[in-house]
Design a protein around this ligand. Structure first.
Ligand SMILES: *Cc1c(COP(=O)(O)O)cnc(C)c1O
Length: 434
């Protein structure tokens, strides 16, 4: 039986800046590991192992990674990164007292929605606006408030699962509405909505197919027609726009994305996500006619789905940047707009440093924004005998680097890194083993 050092003795040799409880835990784990090996292990080696374990234990679980995955809005990687100013606003709102729900004029209770309502109305052209915790909450709340106890008509082609278990039929059930499927999977026409014969009809809903595409012999009803149909049926038209694009993406060469303002022109209420193409924090946006938004605002679930102050602060700044035409400051839009020659230069720097070939490809918008839509890119392809193992090793670098495998190769797409992040990636790739 090998002689092993005492736990306290190893713990005392570890970084004194780390909490004692973690040093003891790391020391014990390293000694236990040494005990499992039959050979005599020098104390220095056990201390070195304990130091590595301590590093792991002391590191927060949620941390920065470098996204070279080829997907801009990657749900696994936290979707939209905030702009510097939005991140700063979130940090300040978290740290300080604020006038979150306090009217500085009167000294009385204020409304947290006041910080973003006007901005949303100005940008989308809607009469009124409300924000909640996320778009899933926005849809659930809107259905409950407007059509709870009634029936809602939706095209069969739009009964979607967004991901993470957010399935339209289940949302209907949770909101207390009955689902009326109209049309067929591939074709729904205006007449299908007119043919609904149900006295409980309380709303028409359009939901954007954010993560799939129906191709071939297809037909769906557009926003302007939906508005006419809803008026004819005497019920509100709700639209789950989803991706939250506020600016015309054709500016950046992306076609076919209907924006929230496009939809808000016609819908009585339109809903969207804050951390997709808006490029802001997790949030659910609801914009529409005053009377409809008011119904939603007064529903008890609105309190349960309330947005938190840090997200609200980041959202206000992101909306200001959008309104003020400073979209190049918003990382999501900046990444979409990044000129190809810049991406090519970055890809070449990567390839010079680590090897591999530079090839053209596509960066996906991701997060179910606009399926099959992306922007052209340049990326580095790397051959490895075991690409899965190498990809896993990239995830163990400091900071972790997230790539993807396609056609049996590893691909690193630099469209989604800043110059500073690229330098960090180059250092991590050179220093680490993968
Ligand atoms: C993304 C999306 C949602 C859910 O948005 P979250 O902000 O993630 O809750 C709902 N509907 C559509 C159409 C979407 O694209």
């Amino acid at each position: 039986m090998a002689r092993l050092p005492k736990v306290d003795r190893v713990a005392d040799r570890l970084d004194p800046a780390c909490p004692h409880v973690l040093r003891v835990r790391a020391a014990r784990a390293a000694i236990d590991a040494a005990r499992m090996r039959s050979a005599e292990i020098p104390e220095d080696e056990i201390v070195a192992d304990a130091a590595r374990r301590l590093q792991e234990l002391a590191r927060p679980s949620l941390r920065t990674v470098l996204n070279l995955s080829g997907t801009i809005l990657h749900t696994g990687l936290g979707r939209a990164p905030l702009s510097e100013r939005a991140a700063e606003a979130a940090a300040v709102a978290g740290r300080d007292y604020s006038n979150l729900e306090f009217d500085l004029e009167t000294g009385r209770r204020g409304d947290r929605q006041a910080h973003v309502r006007e901005l949303l109305c100005e940008i989308t052209g809607a009469e009124d606006a409300l924000v909640v915790n996320n778009a899933a909450a926005a849809v659930t709340l809107a259905l409950a408030a407007i059509a709870g106890g009634g029936a809602v008509a939706i095209s069969r082609g739009q009964l979607v699962e967004i991901g993470g278990g957010f399935r339209m039929p289940e949302i209907f059930a949770q909101s207390g509405c009955r689902l009326l499927e109209v049309g067929t999977t591939n074709r729904t026409r205006p007449g299908d909505f007119l043919a609904v014969n149900d006295p409980a009809l309380a709303a028409l809903l359009r939901c954007h197919p954010s993560n799939y595409r129906v191709v071939g012999f297809t037909a769906e009803v557009g926003a302007s027609e939906m508005a006419d149909l809803a008026a004819e049926r005497g019920v509100p038209y709700l639209d789950d726009q989803g991706n939250g694009a506020l600016v015309d993406l054709r500016l950046f060469g992306v076609v076919g994305v209907e924006t929230l303002p496009d939809v808000a022109r016609f819908a009585d209420l339109a809903m969207a996500s804050g951390d997709k193409l808006l490029g802001g924090p997790q949030a659910g946006l609801l914009v529409g006619r005053r009377a409809v938004v008011d119904l939603v605002r007064r529903h008890p679930l609105a309190r349960a789905f309330r947005i938190d102050k840090m997200s609200l602060a980041a959202l206000e700044i992101t909306l200001r940047q959008t309104r003020d035409g400073r979209v190049h400051e918003i990382p999501t839009l900046r990444d979409i707009a990044k000129p190809l020659p810049e991406v090519l230069a970055d890809a070449r720097r990567l390839a010079r440093a680590i090897g591999g070939t530079v090839e053209s490809g596509t960066t996906e918008l991701g997060a179910g924004c606009a399926p099959g839509t992306g922007v052209p890119t340049w990326r580095v392809g790397i051959h490895r005998s075991d690409p899965d193992a190498s990809l896993a090793a990239l995830r163990k670098l400091d900071p972790p680097i997230i790539g993807r495998i396609e056609r049996g190769q590893i691909w690193l797409d630099p469209r989604t890194v800043t110059p500073t992040q690229l330098r960090t990636a180059l250092r991590a790739l050179k220093e680490g083993e993968w």
